[in-house]
Design a protein around this ligand. Structure first.
Ligand SMILES: [Zn+2]
Length: 129
């Protein structure tokens, strides 16, 4: 589970995608997945290529995009306690960019853009370089 509590301290429901993403610092596989908040928010586990589920009371955004595509920031932490991202037994939260195409999880990559931690931004196309 990535550390993805929101700053207010309330519980955040999110989905998790498991991919072959590697830690940019130590190249360890990210076995604990990437937390993200699009589709029906229901603590569902996805894999690359899976279709997003929109059947649920709590969807983000509230409606499935017309063209089935969007980009969002997700969060993960390295699972290797010897990684430089670990401090005092806690891993640093890192960002990933999740690309949804035709309502399927097309791509998950390390995201180096500016992102407020825990905000799970949904990015418009113009915000990606
Ligand atoms: Zn690492």
């Amino acid at each position: 589970m990535p550390a993805a509590d929101n700053p207010s301290g309330s519980t955040v429901t999110f989905n998790t995608v498991y991919t072959d993403l590697k830690c940019p610092q130590c190249q360890s596989p990210i076995d604990s997945g990437v937390g993200f908040r699009v589709g029906a928010l229901e603590n569902r586990s996805y894999r690359l290529g899976d279709a997003l589920n929109w059947e649920g009371a709590n969807c983000r955004p509230s409606q499935r995009p017309q063209d089935g595509g969007l980009r969002t920031v997700g969060y993960f932490n390295c699972d290797n306690p010897k990684c430089p991202t670990w401090n005092d037994c806690f891993p640093e939260v890192q960002c990933a960019l999740i690309v949804i195409t035709d309502n399927r999880i097309a791509e998950v990559s390390v995201y180096n853009g500016v992102s407020g931690e825990g905000k799970f931004e949904i990015l418009e196309g113009s915000e990606i370089g």
